[in-house]
Design a binder for this molecule. Structure first.
Ligand SMILES: [Fe+2]
Ligand SMILES: [Fe+2]
Length: 138
C-alpha cells in the first residue's frame, strides 16, 4: 500500500438532499478509484472505473429527469454541459484496461473531472437545486 495524499474531495452542499447524497457517493467512488490506481491494483481499478462511469451517467440523468419534470427553464444549458462531459468520463473510464489508460484516468480525474465537478456543483447544480427545492423536491 502506498501513502495516499489525496485531500478528501469536497463539493458545496446544494438545496436538495438527494442531490447531495449522489454527489457524496460519487466523490467516495472517485477517492477509492484513485487509491486503487495509486496502488496499481489493476483489478480493483478496472471494476471501480466501471462503477464510476455508470454512477456519473445516472447522476446526470437523474438531474435531467428532475429538471424536465419540474420545468426548469435553463434545462438545455445544464443538460448540454452534462452531455459534453459524459463521453469524456466514459472514455477515460473505459481505458482502465491497460496501464497507460489507468495513468491517463488518474490524470483525468485529478486534473479535469474533479475540478470540473467542483465548479459544476457550485454553479449549475446549485441553481438547479435552488429551483427544485422551491418545488418541494428533497
Ligand atoms: Fe450533480
Ligand atoms: Fe449537474
Amino acid at each position: 500500500m502506498t501513502e495516499h495524499r489525496e485531500p478528501s474531495i469536497q463539493v458545496p452542499e446544494v438545496a436538495v438532499a438527494s442531490m447531495n447524497a449522489t454527489h457524496a457517493e460519487e466523490l467516495g467512488l472517485i477517492e477509492r478509484l484513485l487509491a486503487a490506481l495509486d496502488d496499481e491494483d489493476a483489478e480493483a481499478a478496472r471494476a471501480m472505473a466501471e462503477d464510476l462511469a455508470a454512477h456519473v451517467q445516472e447522476h446526470f440523468s437523474r438531474e435531467e429527469r428532475l429538471m424536465e419534470q419540474y420545468g426548469f427553464p435553463p434545462y438545455p444549458i445544464h443538460k448540454a454541459e452534462h452531455d459534453r462531459v459524459r463521453p469524456l468520463v466514459a472514455g477515460a473510464c473505459a481505458a482502465a484496461d491497460d496501464a497507460k489508460g489507468r495513468a491517463a484516468l488518474a490524470r483525468f480525474l485529478r486534473e479535469e473531472f474533479i475540478p470540473w465537478l467542483e465548479h459544476h456543483v457550485a454553479t449549475m447544480d446549485m441553481a438547479t437545486a435552488h429551483f427544485l427545492a422551491m418545488q418541494g423536491v428533497e
